[in-house]
Design a protein around this ligand. Structure first.
Ligand code: MLC
Ligand code: AMP
Length: 500
């Protein structure tokens, strides 16, 4: 038994559609044993053994997804990496995870070989071609699926941390299977569904929520390399569902063609990864007659709460906990459970909760309370109807277009630049990305440092989405009586910077 591979590949009949490529050609569920078998044979030939990590930084393609399935089938651990990560960032991930194999874009291969250490390096390009697929073509279809326990690791997904050091969240077969099955039932996915898949597959939303749920239901997806609002709108008549970050929905609202008729065949629009403004929820309903279903999760836990399919989907809330997830609101300092209606730390427990941070037992221990409650870092409350409302973040986190940016990571890079006394990185309201990363730099009254110099210095060091959209200069940063930088004041002062 291989819990995750079996769950993903056994729900459909062999002739059922799995994935429609941009050129209209299809992969059917019956093609998967051969396609993943060949890739799993390559992995085995390359020396990838059960439990080994396979790090993958490639453009989104159906072959990228097949590689994910092959890694799981071979009993190895899938380690997806955002394509925006720079070489400096990659060096850390590879050093920390010690993968047996790294699969990357051909344009990055030479650089990655320099930092790959013992790992083998294979290539896969945006068109699904490269060294990996050339080797796969020479392989046999047959591969004996490696048996795994539910407690075995299926994936490691890196998330940034408050300290600026990324942590690898270890997700087990059991975590991913439990969450996929729960969501299939809750959101009523069946083999008749067709999902427009326009999210990246290097983060849990596009990889586990979208792909795993669709496959566990034996449903189909229309697969696109990236989100394009006009294209997604044009696909709706052939689809039943869409999963996206709030930016998808604000960009769809800018499309004049977004009408009730255009979405008449769609039964479900799901949003998550960042707060969906109640205003967006209402505007979308006014334009389409459909209420977006908002859910809440994170890399470490998969999905925790969801607005109901049948019941009331309440704007500005993320709904009740999933049926198999226990959720409580606790005092952030003491961990004592708080009564309904009070604001505190959201803590969760359930089969979805990860197995800890890779090689960081102390960090793992500090994120759990006695009794096994995982501290999410999100602040919220539960209303009388049992719906969870997220009211803020205990963690100093910016979410831009559904991607997390920890200010510390950006500040460390800025502070290292000549002429910088110190910096504060904050998220400011932005109409497209929800929040925009913004740097406020103290120069101590000296001049000479420009926005361009700072941005160009950061471009080699940080992924594009982490780089500030604007850089502001001040003589000194505002501090409170305790000497702490007043980020709230900076956010207030510059709230209108992007006119959102
Ligand atoms: C792209 N850019 C971003 C950005 N995405 N900047 C800040 N934040 C982002 N999210 C940069 C580009 O590099 C480009 O830089 C410029 O902004 C404009 O790009 P664009 O063409 O408009 O962006 P686009 O490619 O359309 O991407 C926007 C997006 C994408 C929102 C569609 O970021 C996206 O798909 N986000 C989803 C992320 C996701 O999957 N999150 C889930 C994490 S899991 P330049 O060089 O042109 O200036 C999770 C758990 C859970 O959170 O609960 O789900
Ligand atoms: P990540 O580390 O990328 O998995 O991001 C997880 C974080 O995204 C959570 O801890 C929340 O802060 C945020 N998040 C996810 N879904 C929602 C949502 N529906 N509303 C508000 N915040 C969300």
């Amino acid at each position: 038994m291989n819990p995750l591979f079996d769950t993903l590949t056994r729900a459909a009949a062999p002739g059922d559609r799995f994935l429609e490529r941009p050129d209209g050609s299809l992969i059917r569920y019956g093609d998967l044993p051969g396609l993943t078998g060949r890739l799993a044979n390559v992995l085995s030939d390359q020396g990838v053994r059960p439990g080994d990590r396979v790090a993958v930084q490639v453009e989104k393609s159906p072959e990228n997804l097949l590689l994910y399935l092959a890694v799981i089938r071979a009993g190895a651990v899938f380690l997806p990496l955002n394509t925006a990560y720079t070489r400096a960032e990659l060096a850390y991930f590879i050093g920390d995870a010690e993968p047996a194999l790294v699969v990357c874009d051909p344009s990055a291969a030479a650089g990655i070989r320099e930092i790959a250490g013992e790992a083998r390096v294979l290539t896969l390009d945006a068109g699904g071609r490269g060294g990996l697929m050339e080797l796969a073509e020479k392989q046999a279809d047959a591969f004996e699926t490696v048996a795994r326990e539910t407690s075995d690791l299926a994936a490691i997904c890196y998330t940034s941390g408050t300290t600026g050091r990324s942590k690898g969240a270890m997700l087990t077969h059991g975590n991913l299977v439990a969450n996929a099955r729960t969501l299939v039932d809750l959101w009523r996915f069946t083999a008749d569904d067709v999902l427009i898949h326009a999210l990246p597959i290097y983060h849990v939303h596009g990889l586990f929520v979208a792909t795993n749920v669709i496959m566990a239901a034996g449903a189909a997806m229309i697969f696109r390399a990236k989100f394009d609002a006009a294209e997604v709108l044009s696909l709706m008549p052939r689809a039943t569902s869409l999963m996206g970050v709030p930016t998808f929905y604000t960009r769809l609202l800018d499309q004049p063609g977004l009408t009730p008729e255009a979405c008449a065949g769609m039964r479900l629009f799901i949003s998550g990864s960042a707060p969906l403004l109640a205003e967006t929820h209402r505007a979308f309903e006014a334009r389409t007659g459909q209420r977006i279903l908002e859910r809440y999760g994170m890399t470490e836990t998969g999905m925790n709460t969801s607005n109901p399919y049948g019941g009331e989907r309440v704007a500005g809330t993320v709904g009740p906990p999933l049926p198999d997830v226990a959720l409580r609101i606790a005092d952030p300092d003491t961990g004592a459970a708080l009564p309904a209606g009070e604001i505190g730390m959201i803590e969760v427990k359930g089969p979805n909760v990860f197995a800890g941070y890779w090689r960081m037992p102390e960090k793992t221990a500090s994120e759990f309370r006695p009794g096994g409650w995982f501290i999410t870092g999100d602040l919220g409350k539960i209303d009388e109807a049992g719906y969870v409302q997220i009211v803020g973040r205990g963690k100093d986190l910016i979410i831009s277009g559904g991607l997390n940016v920890y200010p510390k990571e950006v500040e460390v890079e800025i502070d290292a630049l000549p002429g910088v006394v110190e910096s504060a990185v904050i998220g400011l309201p932005h109409a497209d990305f929800g929040e925009a990363v913004t740097a406020v730099i103290a120069t101590g009254g000296k001049t000479g440092l420009s926005e361009e110099t700072v941005l160009s210095a950061l471009s080699e060091r940080l992924a594009r989405f982490k780089q500030p959209k604007r850089v502001l200069f001040v003589d000194d940063l505002p501090r409170n009586a305790m000497g702490k930088v007043q980020k709230a004041l900076l956010r207030e002062t510059h709230a209108d910077l992007y006119g959102a």
